[in-house]
Design a binder for this molecule. Structure first.
Ligand code: NAD
Length: 227
């Protein structure tokens, strides 16, 4: 079956695990050509750390040159940092490390992918509901995701012809969330979505179906922030 994304060239960072992996698989299932960048080695992964600008630029160029350009870019590489650590024990280095990956890494991705993006192309960044709602012990992470939402708007007005949006899910069952939240994910009273759910949100924002949507944050949190 031909889909709107069939044949499109898509670059996904953080595609070796969790949401990025689900996105790569979902785009492939639509018939898209998918390149993955991750700091972790894996089959078909171009290895680069998104905070290492020369390495990231070379990786983006390698993927995009192989495809002859890009139609969509998805920034899933991210870290949670010292979740659960009280403010008194959170260091400036903790903040700098989380901002470097979650904010600067997304900025560098868009900057270096931009020359390869076709007119009408789409960028989808991973934000989080933590941009809008907070829990104790998450100051660096919440700060980073708030920055992703603001940067999404700024990039959208900066770059004519390219749409930039972000998805902001609540807890998603991935290795990151398992490491941070453990058995809470298995509590039936705790609302958790699957990485595949987020992938469908990303696909919508990357596809022509969302053509008028630009500079937006899609808050997918089961309505929790509306209470
Ligand atoms: P994950 O740990 O399963 O996957 C993250 C991937 O990013 C890994 O493959 C990792 O190697 C890669 N990565 C991390 N730092 C990198 C770097 N510096 N350079 C290159 N690659 C790097 O995590 P996930 O839950 O799939 O998270 C993906 C994104 O979704 C993150 O931005 C995260 O903040 C966001 N998010 C996650 C949740 C959740 O509950 N899991 C909720 C909202 C938003």
């Amino acid at each position: 079956m031909r889909t709107e994304l069939a044949g499109k060239a898509v670059l996904v960072t953080g595609g070796a695990s969790g949401i990025g992996l689900a996105c790569a698989e979902a785009f492939r299932a639509e018939g898209a050509r998918v390149g993955v960048i991750d700091r972790r080695a894996g089959p078909g992964v171009v290895e680069a750390d998104v905070t290492d600008e020369p390495a990231l630029a070379a990786a983006v160029d390698a993927v995009a040159r192989g495809f002859g350009g890009l139609d969509a870019v998805v920034g899933c590489a991210g870290i949670s940092g010292p979740v659960g650590t009280p403010l008194s024990a959170t260091t400036a280095d903790d903040v700098a490390r989380v901002l470097a990956v979650n904010v600067t890494g997304q900025f560098l991705l868009v900057k270096h992918a931009l020359p390869w993006l076709a007119d009408g192309g789409a960028v989808v960044l991973l934000g989080s509901d933590s941009a809008f709602t907070a829990a104790p012990g998450m100051v660096p992470y919440c700060a980073s995701k708030g920055a992703v939402v603001a940067m999404t708007r700024a990039l959208a007005v900066e770059v004519p012809g390219i749409r930039v949006n972000c998805v902001c899910p609540s807890v998603v069952d991935t290795p990151m969330a398992r490491a941070d939240l453990g058995a809470l994910l298995d509590d039936p009273a705790f609302p958790v979505q699957a990485a595949e759910d987020v992938a469908r949100q990303v696909l919508f924002l990357a596809s022509p179906a969302s053509r008028p949507v630009n500079g937006q944050a899609l808050l997918a949190d089961f309505g929790m922030s509306a209470r």
